[in-house]
Design a protein around this ligand. Structure first.
Ligand code: NAD
Ligand code: K
Ligand code: MN
Length: 355
């Protein structure tokens, strides 16, 4: 029987609750006759590891992951460690080390979930946001001079390369082409950011010629936030920079009901390295360790992981079960207005996978 090797990196905060839940669900799926099995390896990297070793993961950590078929990730972020250390020391190290340049973030209103937009039905909100995941505002280029002095200067350079922009736009056009509406919105801020974003717009025109069957338009990122609220049905696939798409996708998740249900894949489309799947949320310091975290975002990320492995049938089966669980308001966690706990939702998904 085919065996997939999966690395589990719970990380910090509620990552330690939702990743084991995801592992439990994947195991239940394989035991329920999916026709393949998993071999899980857990890595205790994150804030606790940092307190012991002074770094978020070992220097040769990427080597330990390289032979894996996929990575299931939780969150990097610890209340006692500066966020830029936890983020750059773990999640970005993996994303950039494995050149997972396409970050794919689907958003839909799942059955049973009361989304905050008035007059918006599930048919009106079905988006995929593609986030450039390797450069831009998170390229790490910049620095501080004269630290702490009145003349201090600090920069974070949003560095974009033609090759980097071209590959993410081509990925987004291809993804849009694979969806029923064949529609792409290219989001920029090329009125204010007059170098890199203007190059982005030019490359969009050039790449669009390869996809004559995709209808595409441009939107400035600020206007895009309003359009997401006012005219959600006018959007389908979106592509934006690392920072812009980070922000747009939290908004998208909230519009679809909760940050706790939104999944993402950090994908290396060329499949040179393992890709990494995670809920889009972070460590959620306010609820961590209490069993209150919504595991649906992680379960949906497991669906994306299965799709990436080519296990489409198992992916669809898990998605149907997730939807049957969200449809049951008795199984809603606190973020969705319910009282269910992480473990109850996880047990319900496993039970329904077995039945
Ligand atoms: P957050 O996503 O952790 O939390 C924002 C709010 O959403 C909180 O009120 C939280 O309780 C709620 N929430 C998030 N996920 C939930 C879930 N599954 N169920 C129920 N409620 C949920 O964002 P933040 O507060 O800005 O960040 C906290 C820490 O996480 C920071 O250290 C940040 O850097 C880190 N972070 C990491 C990642 C990542 O690893 N990919 C992503 C975002 C934030
Ligand atoms: K995460
Ligand atoms: Mn984010």
């Amino acid at each position: 029987m085919k065996t997939y090797r999966i690395a589990c990196i719970p990380g910090d905060g509620i990552g330690k609750e939702v990743v084991p839940a995801g592992e439990t669900v994947l195991r239940a799926l394989s035991e329920a006759g999916a026709g393949f099995r998993f071999e899980f390896t857990s890595f205790d990297w994150g804030g606790d590891y940092y307190r012991r070793h002074g770094k978020m993961m070992p220097d040769d950590g990427l080597d330990a992951l390289r032979s894996m078929d996929a990575i299931l990730f939780g969150s990097a972020g610890d209340p006692d460690i500066p966020d830029h250390i936890t983020l750059w020391g773990l999640r970005l190290k993996i994303c950039q080390g494995f050149d997972q340049y396409a970050n794919v973030r689907p958003t839909r209103i799942l059955p049973g979930i009361d989304a905050p937009l008035k007059r918006c039905t599930p048919a009106d909100l079905d988006w995929v946001i593609v986030r450039e995941n390797s450069e831009g505002e998170y390229s790490g280029v910049g620095g501080r001079a004269h630290q702490g002095h009145p003349i201090e200067v600090a920069t974070d350079v949003s560095m974009m390369t033609r090759a980097g922009v071209e590959r993410i736009l081509r990925f987004a056009f291809r993804l849009a082409q694979s969806r029923p509406r064949r529609q792409l919105t290219v989001v920029t801020k090329s009125n204010a950011q007059r170098h890199a974003m203007v190059m982005w717009d030019e490359i969009a025109v050039q790449v669009s010629r390869e996809f004559p069957d995709v209808a595409w338009d441009k939107e400035l990122v600020d206007a895009c936030t309003a359009r997401m609220v006012n005219r959600p049905a006018s959007l389908d696939t979106l592509v934006a920079t690392n920072l812009h798409a980070d922000i747009l996708s939290d908004l998208a998740a909230a519009l679809a009901g909760s940050l706790g249900i939104a999944p993402t894949g950090n994908i290396d489309p060329e499949r040179r390295y393992p890709s990494m799947f995670e809920p889009i949320h972070g460590s959620a310091f306010d609820i961590m360790g209490q069993g209150l975290a919504n595991p649906v975002g992680t379960f949906w990320s497991c669906v994306m992981l299965l799709e990436h492995l080519g296990e489409q049938e198992a992916a669809s089966r898990l998605m149907r079960v997730i939807e049957s669980v969200t449809a049951d308001t008795g199984l809603h966690t606190r973020d969705l207005g319910g009282t269910a706990r992480t473990a109850q939702v996880t047990e319900a998904v496993c039970r329904r996978l077995r039945s």
